[in-house]
Design a protein around this ligand. Structure first.
Ligand SMILES: [Zn+2]
Length: 83
């Protein structure tokens, strides 16, 4: 997460992965900690599409792996069958 500060107070945060931006409302002027917390929470719940894409790719890879394992298992079974 990238934060842009105006003086002490972070006003804009951006996700380094999906480039989504979060703006701290003007009510946080003079409350840098509150603004940081607000932006951090926004960041936590934004459900990063870039990260979700990564997780899905990993799931795909896991599935590919298990299906190739199933083929090996099937071959072993068939080999046993024909012996
Ligand atoms: Zn993101």
């Amino acid at each position: 997460m990238i934060m842009r500060y105006e003086g002490e107070v972070p006003v804009v945060a951006a996700c380094a992965k999906c480039q989504l931006k979060f703006f701290a409302p003007a009510t946080f002027v003079g409350d840098p900690e509150g603004a940081e917390e607000f932006l951090a929470r926004k960041f936590d719940v934004h459900g990063c599409p870039a990260e979700i894409g990564e997780t899905e790719r990993q799931a795909h890879r896991a599935r590919d792996l298990s299906s190739s394992r199933a083929v090996v298992f099937l071959r072993l079974c068939l080999g046993g069958w024909f012996e």
